[in-house]
Write a new protein. Structure first.
Length: 91
């Protein structure tokens, strides 16, 4: 079952996001199971939207790469929402 993830990084800067991206996804290449990734800077910091093919793929990436990369970038204040997808629309 595909899942969606919204990461809201309170106070997270674009530079911190780029540091995490370079460490966790070298060459801007998505990890196994990631179907879609988008990021931008909102009013309170970086916002990331991911679509994953399964909860297992997302958790593996978090455990193996993302957690360490966030820690190295000193990202401590964030909120994550994870939800099952009922529809994916593509052009």
């Amino acid at each position: 079952m595909a899942i969606g993830l919204i990461f809201e990084g309170n106070g997270v800067t674009q530079e911190q996001y780029e540091q995490v991206l370079a460490q966790a996804c070298p060459g801007n290449q998505p990890p196994p199971g990631m179907l879609y990734h988008a990021a931008g800077v909102g009013e309170h910091g970086v916002i990331v939207i991911d679509i994953w093919d399964s909860p297992e793929s997302m958790h593996a990436f978090e455990t193996e790469k993302l957690g360490q990369a966030r820690q190295a970038a000193h990202i401590t204040s964030h909120h994550v929402t994870i939800f099952p997808l009922i529809n994916i629309m593509q052009p």
